[in-house]
Design a binder for this molecule. Sequence first.
Ligand code: LLP
Length: 390
Amino acid sequence: MSGLNPHFKAALQSALERYETPFYAYDLASVQARVGALRAAFPKAEVFFAMKANPRLGILRRLLGWGVFLEAVSLGEVRRAYAAGFKRTEVLLNGPIKTPAALAELKELGVPLLGLDSLADAERVARHLPGSHVLLRVNPDLPVVTHDHLATGRGESKFGILPQDVGRALEIARAGGLDVLGLHVHLGSALEHPEDFRAGYAVMERLYQEHGPFEVLNLGGGFGLGLDLAALAPEALGLAERLGVELWLEPGRYLVAEAGVLVTRTWGTKHTRRNFLLVDAGMSHLLRPMLYGAEHPVEPLYAGGAPQTFDLAGPACESGDILARGLTLPTPQEGDALAILQAGAYGSSMSSNYLDTPRPLELLWTGEEWEVLRQRQSWESLLLEEQAEG
Ligand code: LLP
């Protein structure tokens, strides 16, 4: 699982001869392999890729070609999904708040499938978009194990409708003329324990017995990179079979995380009370280490000298701008490059313009050549929205 595939590593060396760092680079074969593995584990499921994990059009279009649909959580993502060529029946819009303005815009664009997140959401969607096809998102109120920011299925989270309120939400939706396809649960992200999923499935089974029948059961995403899908899939498939429903899934990270790396060059070492390696990528490019304490493996793209232990320090003026801690690496020379692994999900999509940092170049390795998915953002575009009208 860990470590760069040698072909992709060789391709990265060729990219370093042509492109300035930092850049994101993705291996298309890895995304395709993950789609294949997911389909093999869940043969009958409809897959909606959570595009927040990686919204590059060049990736979305490939997924469309492989029959994968999209899960979106904002108007911008729906617009992007349509721009990539997805039809409105191939896009599912979730999210806790859909304003009247957003609903009016969806009416213009074409209304996607809608996930309803609260009684107020159900009532408002019924008022503005009657006749829509919807799912109700359940908050199963379970003690899901993951980072607090990612535990959406806990009773304390802002997401979903508690089991005891599902009946009322169904009444509101149906009375308002919505077509309720079924229920949805997304327990959280980066989940590593099959027991969390089992507990979630049990809640859904109870709710289907109580409120069904429905056509669809959406079991969400959340598959952590270490999760054993084979241990989980038969239970999800068995549940869908027993209930006689179509199974939907919404994986994000699982499909793209390991396909992507952030490539950065080292610009020296520095000693305070710790030993630092100074690199040209930081929190503006990859926020996950700072925001969640996420640990991304790092692989040197150079041979180098004697090993040392380093913290990887980015260029931002924040002491928290550390991409990895306590790494043992061969001592690099100025300009040597490193690959930060597992950066294909929630890397670029969470990057920011903090400190007027342009969003980085993004490249796709097709197996034969490098395709530019997104140019490095221009300096001019950083000023664009502030240009005074004449
Ligand atoms: N479905 C819904 C309703 C979601 O909210 C999410 C992710 C997914 C599916 C996909 O979850 P996945 O399979 O990728 O775990 N920024 C965080 C992750 C936030 C996930 C938010 N929702 C990170 O960098 O780890």
